[in-house]
Write a protein that binds this ligand. Structure first.
Ligand SMILES: Nc1ncnc2c1ncn2[C@@H]1O[C@H](COP(=O)(O)OP(=O)(O)OP(=O)(O)O)[C@@H](O)[C@H]1O
Ligand SMILES: [Mg+2]
Length: 164
């Protein structure tokens, strides 16, 4: 078994968040579950927005935060994307009722995954976001427990983003 390897990166501003999203989107495949962990306002929805735009190749697509509707769906010819924010959920069982994992081909992006800890067992990619220096700095740590190849393949691109 491969060890659970993680990659950390300091992001200086939202433009770098967009570049990170693009690098990850190039490696994400249908059926991937991506968890975005971090406290209020760390940039989970912003990262998800840029990932969805990149996956769908629609740089201007409106991608609102799903805080109130819980799940917002998107799709292209090949697969659906579900963008969920489960912050307002009180019981982990309610997450099962959302049926996030029912469509095996959907790419599922979940904010506030700590509301349903069992999601972590299913996750391909877990992204932890914390505030870093200044207003726009973010520290991002990524693990790919269910899919180590995903980060290994992204490592070169991530190294060039790190050195910007
Ligand atoms: N480097 C950065 N990456 C992402 N967002 C950034 C960055 N710097 C500043 N921001 C700003 O931080 C805010 C992050 O808001 P966002 O809604 O993405 O956070 P969130 O983690 O989804 O919050 P919530 O916990 O309410 O869901 C936005 O206003 C965004 O413009
Ligand atoms: Mg959000």
């Amino acid at each position: 078994m491969k060890e659970n390897h993680s990659i950390s990166i300091c992001i200086k501003n939202e433009d770098q968040t967009r570049k990170l999203a693009k690098i990850l989107a190039a490696r994400i495949r249908p059926g991937c579950l991506i968890l975005l962990d971090g406290t209020l306002g760390t940039g989970k929805s912003t990262l998800a927005r840029h990932m969805i735009r990149s996956l769908l190749n629609q740089p201007e697509l409106e991608v609102p935060s799903p805080t109130f509707l819980l799940v917002l769906p998107y799709e292209n010819e090949e697969y659906s994307i579900l963008h969920a924010d489960i912050y307002r959920i009180e019981h982990p069982e309610e997450v099962e009722e959302l049926g996030l994992l029912e469509n095996e081909k959907a790419i599922v992006i979940v904010e506030w995954p700590q509301r349903a800890p069992w999601l972590e067992d299913e996750a391909d990619l877990v992204i932890h976001m914390t505030m870093d220096k200044g207003e726009t700095g973010r520290l991002i740590r990524m693990e790919a427990p269910g899919n180590p190849d995903l980060l290994e393949q992204a490592e070169l691109d991530l190294a060039s983003l790190k050195s910007e």
